[in-house]
Design a binder for this molecule. Sequence first.
Ligand SMILES: O=C[C@H](O)COP(=O)(O)O
Length: 214
Amino acid sequence: MFVLVNLKTYPCDPVAVAEAVRDVNESTDARVAVAPQAAHLERVAETGAETWAQHVDPIDYGSNTGHTLAETVAEAGAVGTLINHSEQRLKLADVDGAVEAAERADLETVVCANNPAQIGAAAALGPDAVAVEPPELIGTGTPVSQADPDIVEDAVEAAQAVDADVSVLCGAGISTGDDVVAAGDLGSEGVLLASGVAKADDPTAALEDLVAPL
Ligand SMILES: O=C[C@H](O)COP(=O)(O)O
């Protein structure tokens, strides 16, 4: 299972969480990675943790003030990027452009989507993975695998119908090892989570709990 921890803009110490991600990754068969804010990428990558960007824009080098260039993210040490997170939605054409930009920079891609229909559309753009996240469950602590298991199974089916090589992750409210196991039982190859680690008093303990059954 892939456990991708998105730090969003939570007021945690990104380096401390990254060190916990690195250490827990070394102690488990699961793959554990962290997605800090863009300004923290370099410091996080220097810890040795697998580092992801939260977003890249559908742009190339040039006159794009305020945008995030995939190549810069890669140079800062990221190996992958989220695209179209629920909190950073893009038009379909821009999702396509962002996937192209990420591929140009050799970044692995996870395209997020709200529901199985959008997952099918996202899978058609050829990312490495898609992640289904019902927005109403994000940050609630109520796991999607428990509150809406059908959406995960339907997302897996929708992605496989389009491209069986695209992995499916799920996210929203995932915070325990049991949640991760339940996601896997529904056909998910990984989980995307944030508050369960970024807002935890002890991020290392939260991560250890997440991977304990894996
Ligand atoms: O990127 C992570 C997701 O939006 C899930 O967030 P959450 O784990 O706080 O529900």
